[in-house]
Design a protein around this ligand. Structure first.
Ligand code: UT7
Length: 329
């Protein structure tokens, strides 16, 4: 029997309607469109407005659209991996909440927390269940309502992040398409440079933690930038070298959208010209777990069967990683 690989067979995405522009941010914090554009590449981001809406509510339309595209029912899903840093609640898992909302009665599921590298960690994890023959349909969701943990008085973070959610379906393939290789890394030494201090077991919520704004994401931007710009490029280069590929062999780089300068550095390092690099940061900002699946969703019609894709991400933790996959449709 030929080897089973895990192939992406459908992708979809959802972004909320509300557009938060750089100009609106100028009225909220001391910043300006020119600074944000030149330092990050971001012009606007989407925000999920409305009472009672959470990350899972962005996942529902994204996943329902995916199932429709693929022509399958939610009941056919075996496993849902929900990669998120902003779960609906600390527990139960947002994967379970999503499964209930879409009627995925036969799926088990869990949440995966690897900050901005979550979707890459999730795809790699999901692929194991396909490659082992255990499951036939694994749904990997990446989404965040970053606006729920952003301090809109902190110009170092509020200009970067946005809300959005994407998803991909993994199915077995025996023709050599799908996920070929992945390199994943973590280093807890970076934990204090990008984190949410309170709300966990170390600092449970108190009046004090709320007053001190410790339930918001905190980032030492410049320090994170230095790690991100080298590590995301290094890990993408490592995947290429391990698979004896050069930039010429790659059709598309699908990078995490944290900062256009980090994306450019990664593309340069692996020898890719700009037209091969997927960038939508100017419209969505950094949606954390959402960036890579949203890119796949928006570029889906341009991909050709057999295209070599390199996915790469860097995020809080620190976490980082890169996947080499052959597009399957
Ligand atoms: O996705 C997970 C991983 N996260 C990342 O990869 C993000 C990595 N970090 C970054 O993308 C960048 O560090 C930022 C975009 C967050 C900041 O850009 P920077 O070029 O590193 O700026 P900086 O923090 O070094 O600040 C430069 C200057 C400072 O002023 P002085 O000290 O030079 O007078 C800041 O106070 O820019 C100032 N500044 C701002 N000015 C206008 C900082 N934030 C802003 C702002 N608007 N929003």
């Amino acid at each position: 029997m030929s080897k089973i690989t895990a192939a992406i067979t459908a992708v979809n995405g959802y972004v909320p309607e509300y557009v938060l522009t750089n100009h609106e941010l100028e009225t909220m914090v001391e910043t300006n469109d020119e600074w944000i554009t030149t330092r990050t590449g971001i012009k606007e981001r989407r925000i999920q407005k409305g009472e009672g809406l959470a990350t899972s509510d962005m996942a529902v339309p994204a996943v329902q659209g995916l199932l429709k595209k693929r022509g399958i029912s939610a009941e056919e899903l075996d496993l849902i991996i929900f990669c998120t840093t902003t779960p609906d609640m600390p527990f139960p898992a947002t994967a379970n909440i999503l499964a209930h909302k879409i009627g995925a009665k036969n799926a088990w599921g869990y949440d995966l927390q690897a900050a901005c590298s979550g979707f890459i960690f999730g795809l790699t994890t999901g692929a194991q269940f396909i490659e082992s023959g255990k499951h036939k349909k694994v749904l990997v969701v990446g989404g965040d309502k970053m606006s729920s943990i952003i301090n809109y008085e902190d110009r170092a973070t509020c200009i970067i992040f946005g809300d959005g959610c994407g998803c991909a379906l993994l199915e077995p393939n025996t023709e050599g398409y799908g996920i070929i290789d992945a390199v994943l890394k973590s280093d807890g030494a970076g934990a204090q440079l990008l984190f949410q201090k309170a709300g966990g077991s170390l600092h449970p919520a108190t009046h004090q933690t709320v007053d001190a704004k410790e339930h918001f994401a905190y980032q030492e931007g410049q320090a994170v930038f230095k790690f991100a710009v080298t590590n995301m490029a290094d890990v993408a280069a490592e995947v290429l070298e391990r698979n004896e590929l050069t930039g010429d062999d790659i059709a598309w780089l699908v990078p995490h959208q944290a900062n256009k300068r980090i994306i450019d550095a990664t593309a340069n390092r692996i020898g890719l010209t700009p037209e091969k690099v997927i960038v939508n940061i100017e419209r969505y900002g950094n949606t954390t777990n959402g960036t890579i699946p949203l890119c796949l969703w928006e570029w889906e019609s341009k991909f050709k069967k057999g295209d070599n894709l390199i996915l790469a991400a860097f995020g809080g933790g620190f976490t980082w990683g890169s996947i080499y996959l052959k597009w399957a449709y």
